[in-house]
Design a protein around this ligand. Structure first.
Ligand code: FCB
Length: 486
């Protein structure tokens, strides 16, 4: 099963539509190079668990992902990230690669259990020291550190105490955020709180395909409320010690298109938009949940008095992770009664089928980035936006000359950047673009089978090879513009 179906299971079954091999072209067909504003951030993104390895070194505690990958049958090919890209030991080499790629921004995450092995209590000096050295080396290379506090590796001890469905986890997160802001806030200005709360609460607590592997709609609902509390409390914790810090979130987003023009499909698409794109944004920015469900979930979410004040987090920027669009149709009454998911959320969400697919099976539809950025721009009064992730899995390997010719990845990023530039011309305030990912790495339930990197990693030798796409991106970053289309 691909990660796409995995991640969408909660959201609806995939429609078996005919595949039309249509290339989704960037709508901009001007013959001029597309120039980006001065100071635009050309970045790449990674996450601690996916690249660091060193899973039990220097006092690091066990995370839910260590636990999950060490449980037989959870990950494709039985893979784990005990070593992954060995970045913990090779970060200097990796920063040299970033320099070679002319990056001026690097989005990485901190492994919470490296800092607090059991998720609470005194920080582990060796954990803090690693990230302090990483940040210093980035600054020395003139690369902006964009730090993510949580990219899915909760301490197993916190999961044992109830995990994200337990509201105490929000307070633990705020304590940890404060520790990090104190330790690194003198050098790190840009902070992202949670990576894709919609993904880790649904795939981890409802689908069970990601750690910690639970499958309960109530766990999901409560986890989502705790994550919203964590955003509000974490935001204030960082600002309390570093008032000048710029704090945002990184949200998995996908434009939700009605399958037809019918009123029913359009209503369903709005519910899909609410749960997919707004469930962690509307509480933070407006202190309320958007209307996604057919019932009021407040009691199942255990919302307490004053919580809707606590969840507020007036973000300084909105991070958007974008990979694909979603096609939404209404469900019939009988489907609502035969399938519990549709009873709660009467909207069938499916992958688009018209564009070409990447090796992980995700449809390529560059216009998605334009549509999503424009919708957020319209609905939230032109906020500062960063693309915190965009990328594609292509499993190209080095040829006999050692060259990784991944032209399809060049096309993917070229088309998405052209659409992003179009959104910026139409008024969106976008400050940066981060390719997922710098390196090929451990892709969660897909193990090591999906390569998203600008840099190829040979997992046996740890040799890094810059792919053709990496060379292309380096030129784009150096020139601050996309070459004119051929
Ligand atoms: C995103 C995750 C990231 C990576 C990419 C492919 O949803 O944030 O860690 O797995 O997908």
């Amino acid at each position: 099963m691909t990660a796409l179906t995995t991640r969408r299971q909660f959201l609806g079954s995939l429609a078996a539509a005919a595949v039309v091999p249509l290339l989704a072209r960037a709508a901009d067909s001007t013959a001029l190079p597309v120039t980006f504003p001065k100071g635009f951030y050309w970045g790449a993104a990674t996450a601690a668990y996916q690249i660091e390895g060193a899973w039990n070194e220097d006092g690091k505690g066990e995370s839910i992902w260590d636990h999950f990958t060490h449980t037989p049958g959870k990950i494709k090919d039985g893979a784990n990230a005990d070593v992954a890209c060995d970045h913990y030991h090779r970060y200097r080499e990796d920063i040299a690669l970033m320099r070679a790629l002319h990056l001026n921004s690097y989005r990485f995450s901190v492994s919470w259990p490296r800092i607090q092995p059991s998720g609470s209590g005194k920080p582990n000096p060796k954990g803090l020291d690693f990230y302090s050295r990483l940040v210093d080396a980035l600054l020395e290379a003139r690369i902006r550190p964009l730090l993510t506090l949580y990219h899915w590796d909760l301490a197993q001890a916190l999961e044992d105490a109830g995990g994200w469905p337990n509201r105490d986890t929000a307070s633990r997160f705020a304590d940890y955020a404060e520790i990090m802001a104190r330790a690194l806030g003198d050098r790190v200005q840009h902070w992202t709180l949670l990576n894709e709360p919609a993904a880790f609460t649904s795939v981890g607590y409802l689908d069970g395909k990601h750690a910690p592997g639970r499958t309960s709609v109530f766990d999901f609902l409560q986890a989502s409320h705790t994550a919203n509390l964590a955003q509000g409390m974490g935001f204030r914790a960082v600002k309390a010690v570093r008032p000048k810090a710029l704090v945002g979130g990184a949200f998995s987003m996908s434009p939700c298109e009605p399958a037809t023009d019918s009123e029913e499909d359009r209503v369903a698409a709005e519910r899909a938009h609410a749960i997919t794109n707004l469930w962690f944004l509307e509480p933070a920015l407006r202190g309320r949940y958007p209307q996604a469900f057919s019932f009021n979930p407040a009691v199942f979410m255990k919302i307490q008095q004053d919580d809707m004040e606590l969840v507020r987090a007036p973000f300084d920027f909105i991070g958007i992770n974008l990979y694909y669009r979603t096609i939404v149709s209404a469900t019939s009454m009988s489907e609502r009664f035969s399938d519990r998911r549709f009873f709660f959320l009467p909207a069938r969400m499916a992958a688009g089928q018209k564009g070409p697919k990447t090796d992980i099976g995700w449809e390529i539809w560059p216009r998605s980035i334009y549509d999503m950025v424009m919708r957020i721009t319209r609905e939230y009064n032109r906020p500062v936006i960063e693309i915190t992730e965009s990328g594609c899995a292509y499993n190209d390997h080095p040829d006999s000359a050692g060259v990784v010719n991944d032209q399809r990845r060049v096309d993917y990023h070229g088309q998405h950047l052209a659409e992003l530039a179009r959104a910026m011309r139409d008024g969106a305030d976008v400050r940066g673009y981060h390719v997922w990912s710098l390196l090929d790495n451990f892709e969660w339930a897909e193990g090591l089978s999906q390569r998203f990197g600008l840099v190829y990693v040979d997992y046996k030798t740890q040799k890094r090879t810059v792919k053709k796409s990496g060379e292309w991106y380096a030129r784009v970053a150096a020139q601050n513009s996309l070459p004119a289309p051929l």
